[in-house]
Design a protein around this ligand. Structure first.
Ligand code: UD1
Length: 375
């Protein structure tokens, strides 16, 4: 009987970085939600086995109640498709609220549809700002925060950003980082590197030896020929000092082929892998001497694990990873990349400490708050 009185929250996921954020929220609602129940909606923005299915399985995310099957497209097409397909679901389910995470196109698309139907929007990972409006995610963050009723933040600097944009303080709640909940829960279950590399002839180059990990997929790094060529040249050069493992995102794979950069990579000590599942990537991350990345999430994960991180971007929306963590921002300038690399090779780089509330319990705080908020 009590079950039926619970209010439904539609929890939205779309792309790879959303899955690690929704996993602990779903688990916490199912375990502790007194007045709320989840309805999991996948927009289908990411759909490949490596980009979607393995994440659901490895993170124990329940099968989505619905998959909108939107797929790839330009920003306008992808965002519009999510909106068109999300609206009838809202009409049918009439949820008490819609919960969105992160900053991908699915996040803003679903938030926008919900707010126009007067359905409360809850945004997890609010208030992060790179102040770089050329980044599609920055636009998604600003707009989603503006139209959200309840904004959960991962670090305290987020509140200052939100207040500068006119958002009332009482809509903002600092709960910590749900992605770090997922990290701590799964770190012991990481797939051993030897297993992932089993069929690879280059395995002996890195097994039981120091190595670095590269991840790179931002349009600003991979869509421009001059920038991507320079990055591959720099990373190839560095790989002679430290072998570099590089699981390649589908976008990056396409651009490497388009700009004919495979020859350079084959001559280097860079070891290419297909996109990896969460537990597979974790197996590499936790053993890496350093990580070179343009991902937002990996900047946070390396800080939580105390592993040096070189960020191949001009800015970060996650400043706490620099002020308190292990992160160094270098952009795509070869001189800066090499200097940060040398620093880590020489003295191990920034030691850092774990930020407040990155403690594995952020999702529980969210659910406790929501239980009262939706009364
Ligand atoms: C999206 C997010 C980005 C996030 C990234 C993580 C936006 C604006 N960007 O970027 O913030 O860091 O996900 O991966 O939402 N593709 C496949 N298989 C898939 C999905 C995509 O092959 O399952 C290919 C398609 O060719 C597609 C391209 O990857 O055109 C880009 O996918 P898309 O979802 O548009 O953006 P991402 O670059 O993945």
């Amino acid at each position: 009987m009590k079950q039926e009185l619970k209010k439904e929250i539609i929890c939205v996921v779309g792309a790879r970085p959303n899955f690690t954020k929704i996993a602990p929220i779903m688990a916490a609602i199912l375990a502790h939600g007194k007045n709320i129940k989840p309805y999991l909606l996948h927009t289908g923005q990411h759909y490949d086995e490596a980009m979607k299915a393995s994440f659901f399985e490895q993170l124990g995310i329940p099968e989505p109640n619905i998959d909108l099957g939107v797929g790839s497209g330009s920003h306008a097409v992808q965002t519009a498709d999510v909106m068109k397909k999300f609206e009838p679901v809202l009409d049918e389910r009439k949820p008490a609220a819609v919960l969105v995470v992160g900053d991908v196109n699915s996040t803003i698309a679903c938030a926008l549809v919900a707010v126009k139907k007067n359905i409360p929007v809850i945004h997890v990972e609010s208030g992060l700002r790179s102040y770089d409006r050329a980044m599609p995610e920055e636009i998604n963050r600003i707009l989603t925060d503006q139209i959200s009723d309840l904004l959960f933040t991962t670090e305290k600097s987020a509140l200052d950003n939100l207040m500068r944009e006119g958002i009332e303080k009482d809509r903002v709640v600092f709960v910590g980082n749900v992605m770090i909940d997922t990290l701590f829960k799964n770190i012991e279950n990481a797939v051993p590197m030897a297993q992932t590399l089993a069929t690879l002839k280059d395995a002996e180059k890195i097994l039981n030896k120091p190595f670095g990990l590269i991840t790179m997929h931002r349009p600003s790094n991979v869509d421009d020929k001059t920038t991507l060529t320079s990055l591959i040249d720099t990373l190839s050069e560095l790989s002679s000092q430290l072998p570099l493992v590089f699981p390649v995102h589908p976008r990056t794979k396409g651009q490497i082929a388009e700009f004919q950069l495979m020859g350079k990579i084959e001559k280097s000590n860079i070891i290419l892998l297909p996109p990896l599942g969460y537990l597979h990537l974790l197996g590499f991350m936790k053993n890496a001497k350093m990580v070179l990345t343009d991902s937002g999430g990996i900047q946070e994960e390396t800080t939580a694990l105390g592993i040096p991180c070189i960020t191949l971007r001009e800015n970060t929306e996650r400043p706490i990873t620099v002020t308190e963590g292990t992160n160094t921002i270098v952009g795509s300038d070869p001189v800066k990349i090499k200097a940060a690399f040398d620093q880590i090779m020489t003295d191990g780089g920034n030691v850092g400490r774990k930020p407040e509330y990155w403690d594995g319990h952020a999702a529980e705080r969210i659910v406790k708050y929501l239980d009262d908020w939706l009364q």
